[in-house]
Design a protein around this ligand. Structure first.
Ligand code: MG
Length: 380
């Protein structure tokens, strides 16, 4: 089989259009709103204490509506997209294309495209009275979750936050790490919480210190996520080959073909699948198919979503094949006052998969106005 062989291309996992059949859109509203997080979230790259979000509201000619959420962060860094830029991309390019009936390719602005796709999926499913969980083949009513814990001022504070998350029902924790805050932090948590699974996410912080990444991988963790930059595939493969813990890939995986290439190169053996990062729920399903074909373990990652995006991601996490705890905790782990009815846990601490029509959650317009959200109308 060669790269030129057309037959070799036929088995590439094609993204499914989860919004089919579609109805013409009469109107689109973009809502720009900010969430305040319960506590600042610090990674190797930046600190987030407020969360700007663009919500996409599509309304068809029958008055049915669907909502989507854009996960782009306040500044470029995690990816090349950022919240203000994604808003402009939606307002000036993606939504006008949608209203003109033009197919949107997610590659250039996946997080903006994912917001439109999510709204289209929500609209189509609400029209048919079907839930997203049912549409994607979710099999579990609730899913275990991994609490992602940002860097803290000191170890005592770290143990306090971990204890809080375990009390909320977290099945494992993942520490945001960077040189100077890695093995010591992991070891402290493992000693204070024996039996608790601990993972680490470096957001690419070990580019110039790969041997420190190997030391971290040898510290008894479940996986080491994104030790080096997204394109440093060969260096990631070297760490995966030498270190004890499997390497998980996040920023590296931009689309289904990218999943296949990175896994074939040995850059990792665990896939963090985020619908926003890969252009939507359909592409995320295709990424899962690629990962499973390569026998990779998988989980659904988080982007500090509101209840809307969180509901979509939790439904995806209940699909067979996502065999590690998802990064989507209950709303209460992140905000005091979510934009939607909160995402909750069951008596065992697992996150309950929304089973109502569409995404199973939607924002209340009056509540958005009360919060000072800005509405921009885009019409055909
Ligand atoms: Mg990550």
């Amino acid at each position: 089989m060669t790269a030129e062989d057309p037959a070799a291309l036929t088995d590439l996992a094609a993204p499914t259009d989860l919004a089919a059949p579609t109805t013409p859109i009469a109107r689109c509203e973009l809502w720009f709103v900010e969430l305040t997080l319960r506590r600042p979230f610090r990674t190797a790259r930046d600190t987030t204490d407020h969360r700007p979000l663009t919500l996409v509201r599509l309304i068809d000619h029958d008055g049915a509506e669907g909502w989507g959420e854009c996960a782009a962060l306040a500044a470029p860094g995690y990816s090349t997209e950022w919240a203000d830029g994604a808003f402009v991309a939606l307002r000036d390019h993606l939504v006008p294309a949608l209203l003109a009936g033009v197919t949107i390719a997610p590659a250039a602005a996946p997080m903006a495209a994912a917001a439109v796709e999510m709204a289209r999926v929500d609209l189509a499913l609400r029209r048919s009275g079907r839930s997203l969980a049912s549409r994607v083949g979710a099999r579990r009513p609730a899913v275990p979750w991994c609490a992602v814990v940002g860097r803290q001022p000191d170890i005592d504070a770290l143990l306090g936050v971990v204890g809080d998350r375990v009390a909320m029902g977290a099945a494992m924790v993942k520490l945001k790490v960077e040189p100077g805050w890695d093995v010591v932090a992991v070891t402290a948590v493992r000693e204070a919480f024996p039996g608790l699974d601990v993972a680490a996410d470096a957001n690419g912080a070990y580019d110039t210190r790969p041997w420190d990444a190997v030391a971290l991988a040898d510290a008894g963790i479940v996986y080491l996520e994104q030790p080096v930059a997204p394109t440093a595939v060969l260096r990631s493969a070297e760490i995966a080959r030498v270190g004890a813990a499997p390497v998980a890939l996040d920023e590296t995986l931009g689309d289904p073909a990218g999943v296949r290439a990175a896994l074939a190169a040995g850059a990792g053996s665990v896939c963090n699948v985020k619908p926003a990062r890969v252009g939507g729920l359909g592409p995320a399903m295709a990424c899962l198919a690629e990962a499973r074909a390569a026998r990779s373990r998988c989980f659904v990652g988080g982007m500090l979503e509101s209840g809307l995006g969180r509901a979509a991601a939790v439904a995806l996490a209940a699909v067979p094949g996502f065999d590690l705890p998802c990064d989507l905790g209950p709303s209460a782990a992140y905000v005091d006052d979510d934009l939607t009815e909160p995402i909750r846990t069951d008596a065992s601490g697992a996150v309950v998969v929304p089973d109502g029509p569409g995404l199973g959650r939607c924002p209340d317009v009056e509540e958005l106005l009360r919060r000072g959200a800005r509405r921009t109308v885009v019409e055909p």
